[in-house]
Design a binder for this molecule. Structure first.
Ligand SMILES: [Zn+2]
Length: 496
């Protein structure tokens, strides 16, 4: 949950997609422009989106990405990624696109591209890069998707299939709630490309990296690391990890080796790894959840910037995305508890009724109460979600002296609601304000470097950092196998 974004509105967020209109306009060209020659592959293919539409599409979605995910607040990293990215872009088949490279403030390990040359990597992937050659590999892969017009081509296929571009739900369905919280624009980022597209992006990316001077073997190195990342280690809350948006990395390794050999033959000068250049920027990089978006700590969600905390039910899985925090019982998608923040419309009860009405829910009962020293309005509402009758227990609360209203919603199909209601009530009643000193005590976790002493293991290094990350994650961050032993005297990455 982003402090800066969430204060806008309590309405169900559904960015009416400007992309949709751009693409639907494109659909009219169906008769006129059937096939176009692909700039990177030279193949003729179905292409309903012109280059200027492609750029326009990217530009509009880029504004959404910046607003929703946020730009990672580190000018040195932004410049470094832009410098490396621009060298790749100049070596690519489409050097004249308005290329833009951005590190977004997301803990997930991922990278993505929008049509038109808008490339993003998450701050979450930075600690997993061994060296600059791997940074060039991941950026080169995304440049490859843009050059081969994979995103634009996907969009064309969707137009032909008559689905417009209903991408709102593409943000891993698990994270999409009944209230359609996933932003429309972001869907374009998580298009699942086919295996052939991925191999092509790998081939193009390794070629660009080598011709711009980097060792193209950065690509298999990175794939190897991504294959090792376990679910828990590489926080996947909110934005899906690479593994969810890409085919299994292991599958690609052999094909990538062929691309690496070809790139080496074509550009024998591509040898730079530049590990020190990357590592000197790595100390201090934020790892995992951040204060700015709130943090999951066991069953608790704490937001030290907005200064509140609440506790979700035992055994529920909590996901923190940019516009909401959601929790679901493990293995049961029917019950959901959702936390959102927004602006008031009148008093708490009016705000409650108005915001629920917007979501299609009518109140059946409710009352005002004081809990943990805070004013609450708690009501039961009924409505319809995707043609099924649903019931919601909704708590609305305001922090003393502040405008924001928080909505905690427990929702389930009508028949199952009685099972969910006690969990929803307990969550609503756990909402409390954090004191300034409690909030100050919650700090971001960051990458640090330590020197390995005799007898150190990944377990002991993780413990010395307060077990903020699992030992296996620590090994993977250092580009090593979880079963390996750190070498005494070497400098390794840790998280504290
Ligand atoms: Zn890809």
């Amino acid at each position: 949950m982003r402090a800066t974004v969430t204060s806008h509105t309590l309405q169900v967020t559904r960015h009416t997609s400007q992309i949709t209109s751009a693409l639907m306009a494109g659909a009219w060209l169906l008769m006129a422009t059937g096939c176009a020659t692909n700039p990177a592959t030279g193949k003729r293919e179905l292409m309903l989106v012109s280059e200027s539409q492609e750029i326009q599409m990217g530009r509009e979605a880029d504004a959404d990405v910046r607003k929703t995910m946020g730009v990672y607040d580190d000018a040195a990293w932004q410049k470094y990624v832009t410098d490396v990215g621009m060298r790749l872009a100049r070596a690519s088949h489409r050097p004249n696109l308005p290329w833009k490279f951005t590190v977004v403030d997301e803990p997930a390990v991922n990278a993505f591209a929008l049509p038109g040359g808008f490339i993003y990597i998450t701050r979450g992937i930075l600690p997993y890069l061994r060296d600059e050659a791997e940074l060039a590999a991941v950026l080169g892969h995304e440049v490859g998707h843009v050059d081969a017009r994979h995103g634009a081509s996907q969009a064309s296929k969707q137009i032909v299939a008559g689905v417009g571009i209903a991408l709102g739900g593409v943000l891993a369905p698990k994270y999409k709630t009944a209230f359609g919280l996933a932003g429309g624009g972001l869907g374009l980022l998580f298009l699942k490309y086919g295996r052939e597209d991925e191999l092509e992006a790998d081939r193009l990316g390794t070629g660009y990296a080598a011709s711009a001077g980097w060792d193209p073997a950065g690509m298999p190195g990175l794939l190897d690391t991504l294959a090792k990342i376990d679910e828990v280690g590489g926080s996947s809350r909110g934005v899906p990890n690479w593994a969810l948006t890409h085919p299994p990395a292991a599958d690609r390794v052999q094909k990538v080796q062929e691309s690496v050999s070809a790139a080496k033959a074509a550009s024998p000068g591509g040898t730079a790894r530049n590990r020190p250049q990357l590592e000197e920027r790595l100390a201090g990089v934020v790892f995992g959840d951040s204060r700015e978006k709130g943090m999951v700590r066991g069953r608790e969600f704490v937001h030290p910037v907005m200064r509140f905390a609440l506790t979700f039910p035992q055994g529920w899985e909590i996901s923190n995305s940019d516009d909401a925090v959601t929790a679901q019982p493990t293995g049961d998608a029917n019950a959901t508890i959702i936390l959102q923040a927004g602006a008031p419309s009148g008093n708490l009860q009016q705000t409650a009724d108005a915001s629920m009405l917007k979501a299609g829910f009518q109140r059946v009962d409710g009352s005002s109460r004081t809990i943990n020293g805070l004013p609450f309005f708690i009501g039961t509402y009924q409505g319809v979600i995707e043609k099924n009758r649903a019931t919601a227990e909704a708590g609305f609360v305001r922090l003393n002296g502040r405008d924001d209203v928080f909505r905690i919603l427990g929702v389930a199909p009508e028949a199952q609601f009685s099972n969910v209601r006690p969990a929803a009530d307990a969550t609503i009643e756990s909402f409390r304000e954090l004191s300034q000193s409690e909030a100050n005590a919650i700090q971001n976790r960051r990458i640090e470097f330590v020197t390995v002493r005799n007898g150190d293991t990944w377990v002991s290094i993780a413990a010395a950092g307060g077990n903020v990350v699992k030992p296996t994650t620590l090994a993977i961050i250092n580009g090593e196998a979880p079963a390996s032993q750190p070498r005494p005297g070497s400098r390794v990455r840790t998280v504290r």
